[in-house]
Design a protein around this ligand. Structure first.
Ligand SMILES: [Zn+2]
Length: 427
């Protein structure tokens, strides 16, 4: 075995023996050789066949590169050359040229690169291999946060589920953001996997150890089977929207929707996730509004490409967005009401008063503590959305309410109460 290959073999073996999951290999410009044809190629980088469940790589370079790669498996023919694309989720502060994260078959034994321009790259290329050993990541528990808005937060897998070795720390000082826009992405990665938690962990490795970000870029990730994974979590400013992340919640649909449309199971869970957050922060899913960080008027539910030049969330997904926004709106109207099964849930501790009750034009709500609230009618439809600012007292104009019974949902700190009132109309 030649020294070059021996070195790689040693590096990879060493890494896996010690249980780490990321290693890098540098190919210097001089290691691109001119073959009989006019292409400058690297030698085959091999062997890569070490026990692993999820296997990916990304290339990093100080200067812009124009590369293709191909792979080979044992006893099988060599793949077609494929362009190495620039990472569509890079941030404005990123120092390096970084490719997308490419997921490879675990049977891949070697990889080779060629430079599309007939001269050597100007700087070394760093190949970052990310491998999740078999049995490393597993989805083992589900959490669900209760919510006092009309839509419950769907269940999700938390960080410990996709990073059971607890070596994927959260940011110690996360920047909190007040969400006004929900931004949907695709991962531009593989459409199939036997271990989606391992894919999430791979993306964390890519964002933190290759891109150099503080944490995984997205707030939430959804796999093709419709499972949700916690990324940065709720109301934390992420790194996903063209460097203008304030005011956004970023959701990444795992898969590549340049090549196929998302699965129904994933779209259904995305709809529930967007419905919960729309309800939580009082977003109308079919509206557009000003997003101050980007200076753009955006749909409240937008695709990444509405913020800057990228194919994300993919040509076979983005055309479905009008339908998605309507589905979120319908979900809030039709399905969220089912959580209001217990409407006799008064909490005496809050000392709430409604006056007058029955009411005609106005109703005054007072409480011993500051509160936020929303109102539904007797069919469970939201008549007045959740308020954002907590007050002790509010005088509410109910001119537009038709005659009937209504339920006031009040939240104060961790306490919660439901109060019934009646609206009368003169005949
Ligand atoms: Zn994106």
């Amino acid at each position: 075995m030649k020294p070059f290959l021996t070195f790689i073999f040693f590096l990879l073996t060493n890494v896996f023996l010690f249980g780490q999951i990321r290693t890098t290999q540098e190919v210097k410009p001089l290691q691109f050789e001119l073959l009989a044809t006019s292409n400058l190629v690297t030698k085959w980088i091999e062997p890569l066949s070490i026990e692993k469940e999820v296997f990916s790589f990304a290339v990093k370079s100080k200067t812009t590169i124009h590369l293709q790669f191909r792979t080979k498996k044992s006893g099988k023919k060599i793949s077609q050359w494929k362009n190495l694309e620039l990472n569509s989720h890079r941030q404005t502060y990123d120092q390096y040229w970084v490719s997308e994260l490419y997921f490879l078959s675990v049977e891949t034994e070697g990889i080779q690169f060629r430079h599309l321009i007939n001269k050597r790259p100007q700087s070394p290329i760093e190949i970052n291999f990310i491998s999740i050993p078999i049995g490393y990541a597993s989805e083992k528990s589900i959490q669900s946060d209760s919510s006092t808005c009309a839509c419950e937060q769907p269940a999700y897998f938390n960080r410990e589920d996709w990073c059971p070795t607890n070596d994927c720390p959260e940011i110690s000082n996360p920047a909190i953001t007040s969400v006004t826009h929900l931004i949907v992405h695709h991962a531009a990665s593989a459409n199939t996997s036997s271990n989606w938690a391992g894919v999430v962990k791979s993306i964390w490795e890519f964002h933190v150890n290759v891109n150099g970000w503080d944490d995984i870029g997205y707030n939430w990730l959804v796999d093709p089977e419709g499972k949700i994974y916690q990324g940065r979590g709720d109301n934390v400013r992420g790194a996903h929207f063209c460097g203008t992340n304030s005011g956004t919640m970023g959701v990444c649909m795992l898969g590549n929707f340049q090549t196929q449309a998302p699965q129904d199971s994933a779209l259904e869970m995305l709809t529930k996730l967007l419905a919960w957050k729309s309800c939580d922060v009082d977003i109308t899913p079919t509206d557009s509004s000003f997003h101050s960080s980007s200076g753009l008027i955006l749909n409240t539910i937008s695709g990444h490409k509405q913020g800057c030049s990228t194919a994300c969330p993919g040509d076979l997904f983005f055309p479905l967005f009008p339908e998605l926004r309507l589905a979120v709106e319908s979900y809030i109207a039709d399905s969220c009401k089912t959580i209001f099964s217990n409407i006799n849930n008064r909490n005496e501790n809050l000392e709430i008063s409604l006056f007058p009750n029955p009411a005609i034009d106005n109703i005054t709500i007072t409480s011993s503590q500051k509160f936020t609230f929303f109102i539904i009618d007797s069919k469970g439809i939201i008549i007045h959305p959740k308020t954002k600012k907590a007050l002790n007292k509010i005088n509410l104009d109910i001119d537009q309410f038709s005659e009937g019974v209504y339920f006031l949902y009040i939240k104060s700190g961790e306490q919660f109460s439901v109060e019934k009132f009646t609206v009368l109309r003169a005949n």
